[in-house]
Design a protein around this ligand. Structure first.
Ligand SMILES: [Zn+2]
Length: 68
């Protein structure tokens, strides 16, 4: 669970889950565990956008409230 959040292999915790930010590796480079069953799709991008929207909305709120 924690290894998945850290983008690390869930089996050995060493190999990287992603070859780049959005591309999932076909298998762990350390222990060889296949990541084919795991499909994050656009998970990282989705969470990044969600986080950015929250930050933007938060800032917008203060901009409107304290705009006088
Ligand atoms: Zn591994």
């Amino acid at each position: 669970m924690l290894n998945g959040l850290r983008h690390r292999c869930p089996n050995c915790g060493e190999g990287r889950l992603f070859t780049s930010y959005l591309k999932v590796a076909p298998a762990c480079e350390v222990c060889g565990l296949s990541f084919a069953a795991q499909k994050p799709d656009n998970g990282p991008a989705y969470f990044t956008i969600l986080l950015m929207c929250h930050i933007a909305g938060f800032l917008l709120h203060f901009m409107i409230v304290y705009s006088d």
